[in-house]
Design a protein. Structure first.
Length: 136
């Protein structure tokens, strides 16, 4: 009889994706209930809050997302958090914090387009001997 072991690091906290999904759903349900109790216009989901509810840190959530079995559950949870942060930002609720969160947790970035028109004078200077002829 052989027992499956994790050769590197600690064993996984969740036995399977269903167990992880149940914990994730419990987090979102709790946040929705808190929102209703506090008369907030919308729930507040965070990656740190999700990690806390799962009993792990944010880095562990990232590590779980690299596992094919757990990837779909983590991807959906991250998308839910991202959507809420974006909605709160667009509603003017904690805009600066929302922007920070979207950039640091979801890869959003500012971009600046620079348009250039007109000509730029250019002078090309050749050094003596740059164009010597081959004397074969």
């Amino acid at each position: 009889m052989t027992e499956e072991t994790n050769p590197v690091g600690r064993p996984k906290l969740f036995k399977n994706a269903e167990e992880l999904q149940a914990k994730i759903e419990a987090y979102f349900t709790k946040q929705n209930e808190l929102q209703a109790d506090m008369l907030e216009p919308m729930p507040i989901y965070t990656m740190a809050g999700l990690a806390l509810a799962l009993g792990v840190d944010r880095k562990t959530i990232t590590n779980y997302s690299k596992d094919e079995e757990f990837f779909p559950a983590i991807k959906l949870a991250r998308a839910k958090v991202e959507e809420m942060v974006e909605q709160r930002s667009l509603a003017g609720l904690g805009t600066a914090g929302a922007i920070f969160n979207l950039k640091n947790n979801f890869g959003w970035r500012d971009s600046r387009d620079i348009e250039h028109s007109g000509s730029v004078p250019m002078q090309i200077v050749f050094a003596e001997g740059d164009f010597e002829e081959d004397q074969d």
